[in-house]
Structure formats: C-alpha cells, structure tokens
Ligand binder design. Structure first.
Ligand code: SF4
Length: 342
C-alpha cells in the first residue's frame, strides 16, 4: 500500500508567505520535521541532494515547492473540460509513461500554489464569459492533485468553491486512494471525481508510487457513497500480452465493488498509449529498465500538438481496443457513458 505523500524537502518562495495557506503549511511541515529551504524563485532551485541524474530526479519527485501562481490565464483542456485550473504542478508518482516527464523537463518537483483566491477570481471571469453555459475546469492537467491534497486541502476548497458556483463544474482524476478528507466537502454534485484505472499488469510494471487497483476501487466506492458524480479514465490503454483478460478483470472487479446507485451516472474516458520521440528519450533516461514498448515501427504516426508527431496504435488496433474495452464497459455498465476514445 502506498502511504500518503510526505515531502523530503520543502522550498518556500518568500512571496508565498503573504498568503494564509503558506502561513499554515510551513509551520506544519516544520513540526513534521521536514527540512525547509527558502528560494527566491523555483527556477533558482539547484543542488538537490543526489550524486547523479537518477538520484536527483528521485529527490525532485519528493520535493515540494510552496509558491505563487503568476500566470492566471488558464490553458484550454479539451476534450474533458473547457479550462485547466492550476493548483499544483508535478507529481510524486513514478509512472514510466507519464507526459509530465517531458513537460516538466529538468524540474520535476511538485509545486503547490497558495494564492488560491486569485486563481478562483480568474475562474470566475472565465465562468462569466460563458454564462449561462456551464464551464468545466480540469484540476489535474499538470499534476495528480489528490496525491498532495491531504497536506494542502486546496482541492477541497476548490470543490466547495465550485459547489457554490452557479455555472462552474470541477473535474479531476487520480491514481491515489487518499481521499478521506474530501468525503465531507460540500460538492453539491458539481465535481466529477474520476479515478484513473488500468489492468493489474500496467499498474504493477509501469505505475510505481501510486495506489494499487484494489485501493483505487475502494476509494471510488467511498467517493460514490459521499454522493459525488463518479468517473473512470482508462489510461493509458496499452496492449500488453493478455490485455483483453487484464482489462476484462479490471472492469469485472469494478462492477462487483460499486453500489448500484453509483452505476447510474458513471462516465468512462478511454485514452490509448502514445509517445513522442522526445518523450521516449526522457523515459529511457529516467527509467532505463522499463519494459514499456516504445518501438516507432509498430505504431502509427499522428500529427500532434506543437508540431511534434506522436506514435499511437494502428487503426486496426484502435478498433480492437474500442470494440473490446468499449464492449466490456457496455456489458458491465449499461447505463454508463463513454465520453471519448482518443
Ligand atoms: Fe504522472 Fe499521474 Fe503517474 Fe503522477 S500519477 S506520475 S501525474 S501519470
């Protein structure tokens, strides 16, 4: 069982101390016996403990920076929401395929932003622009926010903020089962709580440092019982030997565990495994022993964002995935909605 995350090292940006959340967090970390260092800006963070890239990378993943979010312009977040809302960047997990490895470059530490009210004000502007249409905000585009929220409770505040809003909806996804503090949040049904799930094989070989399938399912049951709309992202769908059985068992276990009422309003999102050439280089550097198959010749090349092509499964394989896993979902959860396959 993965324990709730505790950073080994905390950096604090001086400006952050002007905000109540930092004033609360820093003494708390001190009491926990965690080393606290000051930094003028997270860009100045150098000399993380470790003798080589490998060790420094691991230290960074257990380092938390308490900072201020300067850019209050939100990125778009298709297809799951209109906007990405930034509370945290980075993640303590060690999923080999994680896209954060390329987007975070050589700064894979976790940053939590303490200027929550400014972030909420910005969200408010976006909601006003679209009103009376609802606006969906995705809180896990640059992190697995649940993994750190037992320490900060930023997500809990966001859930309650959107719970009171007229046009806002919040969504996020997690691979962590540490959800207890979120169960009594006043969500008013405006937050869709999603879990990222995968076959036991993938979790075992490619998702170190995250909660296991059974733990995620147990957490999902608690979340459903707390009245949240629930969803699952099956990602990345990866064609390992025995994948049909693996995904079949995963969905069977889920069906057995979830209470009947939770199956009525359930969403699934399906995302196939993909990689880019730059991602492949970073993965092989950070996880040199990985079993992850990254052979371009077996994949289909697809035009990607910023002009960087990505390698996805062939058309036949994609059809097979949709038929097989989509079929399992239809069988086990006839009332659920598959939002997209990409
Ligand atoms: Fe990346 Fe999510 Fe794994 Fe964290 S839990 S390393 S964000 S894939």
């Amino acid at each position: 069982m993965v324990r709730p995350f505790v950073p080994e090292l905390v950096y604090v940006e001086p400006r952050a101390m002007e905000y109540p959340l930092a004033k609360e967090l820093i003494p708390k970390f001190e009491n926990m016996g965690i080393e606290i260092r000051e930094t003028t800006s997270h860009n100045q963070i150098r000399n993380l403990p470790g003798d080589n890239h490998f060790q420094k990378y691991r230290t960074a993943k257990s380092t938390l920076v308490v900072g201020v979010r300067k850019t209050l312009k939100f990125d778009t977040s298709k297809p799951s929401a209109e906007y990405a809302i930034p509370f945290v960047t980075g993640c303590m997990g060690h999923c080999h395929y994680c896209y954060l490895q390329t987007t975070m470059g050589d700064k894979p530490y976790i940053r939590t932003y303490v200027n929550l009210d400014e972030i909420f004000e910005s969200a408010d502007q976006y909601m006003k622009e679209r009103a009376p249409e609802p606006t969906r905000f995705e809180a896990s585009c640059t992190s697995d926010i649940v993994g750190v929220d037992h320490l900060t409770h930023s997500l809990k505040r966001a859930i309650e903020y959107f719970g009171e809003s007229e046009h806002g909806k919040l969504r996020f996804v997690t691979k962590f089962a540490h959800v207890d503090h979120l169960l009594d949040a006043k969500h008013n049904g405006r937050t869709r709580f999603r879990f990222s799930i995968n076959s036991d094989y993938i979790i075992k070989y490619f998702e170190p440092g995250t909660s296991r399938l059974q733990e995620r399912i147990e957490a999902a049951v608690k979340v459903a019982e707390a009245g949240y709309p629930l969803g699952f992202i099956i990602a990345p769908i990866y064609l390992h030997e025995g994948w049909r059985e693996g995904y079949g068992e995963m969905l069977e276990k889920l069906e057995q565990a979830l209470p009947a009422f939770a199956k009525k309003d359930l969403t699934f999102e399906m995302i196939q495994h993909r990689f880019t050439k730059p991602a492949k280089r970073v993965i092989q550097k950070n996880y040199p022993m990985t079993k992850l198959e990254l052979d371009e010749s077996k994949r289909k090349w697809k035009w990607g964002r910023y002009g960087i092509g990505k390698y996805v499964y062939t058309n036949e394989e994609q059809e097979d995935i949709k038929d097989t896993i989509g079929g399992f979902i239809d069988n086990h959860f006839p009332d659920a909605r598959i939002e997209y396959f990409t």
